[in-house]
Write a protein that binds this ligand. Structure first.
Ligand code: NAG
Ligand code: NAG
Length: 443
């Protein structure tokens, strides 16, 4: 599914779409495609493939107005017939320039060392015994600050506090790690089409907890070993279809262990991704929903984060672009478990306008969740909202892999492109499609 919202900045009309997706198995979608609409939602659904009627959903935009009252609406274009998504306002409120420097915003000392803040694990199980080491992740192994002067100690803004273990020599045009959600395509073959002889940084797949005894291991097995073989970081988007409070920690641990045993040194656990979209209280979602309260979710997340060995299992918090009236801030109020339980943050956005820049789409989220907590920022999945034509795809791929993205968001640690061809939604591919676009953009 995906949600499209429009970003309006000054005279700039930027629209982006966020979209959660499955592996290639399921698909369906519903577009609320309105020309310059405020919100669109599309969904992939294994069970509701028939529900994919393009115009079913009515743009919820009208209901957004209140929040947008404070928005710089005056400066907005005619398109604003529909109120811009509330999520836009904040970014305009504060100049990105100031919010870019996380270190100044908050003393790094307090925000950066979650483990010292409160060791949630100490009181728990044996697994927690090893937890402390998580804070000594590779990248932070050499915290330059401590050795220098304690008071001025500030980790370089480009170094995430907890690190993200992408292979040192993986493919990083402009310094941006490139990853794929390859839809079962051989990663080596795919990456060789992009840049011969290189290795992609991440390989993502989806799995589902379908019952108290099925934690998606069958879905994970093949891609976990393929990722290990390709030498990429494996990212698993694990979707709980049983109530949050029924998810069994030991089963999660067992699944992660299988991934590691398949030869992966690290796994990014993008647990219950796009929770703000898939939750059953979101009536726009017709896909199989997540079940439970936001408190249940946060408790489960904390329990998982506490139980796993975070040196090897990175907790990847990856919500969907907020559906109005939700905002970037409100999704955190509801769903963010706390920085000490998170290793990577990201936002799923599918672009809808070539007026949308990387900063437009992600700046506010970055300033809210990544920078203040000094957490790596990664796009769990991205692409063009309806697949897009060649120029649109190339534009967006260029944005997410640009040097400007890194400049705007120093903690940006890469993206995972949704390399899927979904007949009901569009052909999102930039590598294996009719045109080899990625090799032209990623250099
Ligand atoms: C992917 O392709 C490469 C190159 O042909 C091959 O060596 C490798 O075994 C393949 N991997 C999988 C998982 O099929
Ligand atoms: C892609 O689509 C956009 C929007 O419809 C259009 O303006 C542009 O000309 C198209 N480009 C190509 C190469 O088809």
């Amino acid at each position: 599914m995906r949600v499209i919202f429009e970003v309006l900045l000054s005279c700039l009309v930027a629209s982006v779409v966020a979209s959660p997706r499955y592996g290639g198995h399921e698909s369906s979608n519903q577009h609320i495609s309105t020309v310059e609409l405020a919100v669109t939602s599309t969904e992939t659904s294994e069970t509701a493939s028939t529900s994919s009627s393009p115009n079913t959903a009515t743009p919820p935009s009208p209901s957004i107005s209140p929040n947008t009252a404070t928005l710089p609406s005056p400066s907005i274009s005619p398109n604003t017939a529909k109120p811009p998504s509330p999520s836009i306002s904040p970014s305009t409120a504060k100049p990105p320039s100031s919010s870019i420097s996380p270190n100044t915003a908050k003393p790094p000392s307090s925000s950066i060392s979650p483990n010292t803040a409160k060791p949630p694990y100490s009181s728990i199980s044996a697994n927690t015994a090893i937890r402390p080491s998580a804070s000594i992740s590779p990248n932070t192994a050499k915290p330059p600050s401590p050795s220098i002067s304690p008071n001025t100690a500030k980790p370089p803004s480009t170094t995430p506090s907890k690190g993200v273990s992408v292979p040192a020599n993986c493919f990083k045009p402009n310094g941006v790690p490139v990853g794929w959600l390859p839809d079962g395509v051989n990663m080596t073959l795919l990456q060789n089409k992009v840049a011969p002889g290189t290795t992609a940084c991440t390989y993502g797949d989806y799995a589902h907890i379908r019952s108290t005894t099925d934690y998606g291991d069958d879905e994970i097995a093949g891609s976990a070993s393929a990722a290990a073989e390709a030498g990429t970081v494996f990212t698993i988007s694990l979707q709980p279809y049983i109530p949050f409070n029924q998810v069994d920690l030991q089963s999660i641990l067992a699944s992660m262990e299988k991934i590691l045993e398949a030869g992966n040194q690290v796994v990014w656990l993008r647990f219950a991704h796009e929770m703000n979209w898939y939750i059953n209280t979101n009536t726009k979602n017709t896909d199989t929903p997540y079940i439970g309260s936001t408190d249940d979710f946060k408790m489960l997340w904390k329990n998982i984060a506490t139980a796993v060995d975070r040196e090897k299992v990175k907790m990847f918090w990856s919500p969907n672009s907020p559906v109005p009236p939700d905002t970037i801030t409100s999704i955190g109020d509801s769903w963010f478990p706390g920085a000490e339980y998170v290793d990577i943050v990201g936002l799923d956005v599918y672009a809808q306008s070539t007026s949308t820049s990387f900063a437009d789409a992600f700046g506010e989220f970055y300033d809210t969740y990544a920078a203040p907590n000094n957490l790596p920022f990664v796009l769990g999945e991205t692409g063009w909202f309806d697949g897009g034509n060649d120029s649109e795809k190339m534009y967006w791929l260029g944005q997410v892999s640009s040097a400007q993205a890194k400049e705007r968001c120093p903690l940006y640690q890469g993206f995972s492109w949704f390399e899927y061809d979904k007949p009901s939604e569009g052909d999102f591919r930039v590598v294996m499609g009719s045109s080899d676009l990625a090799s032209q953009v990623l250099k």
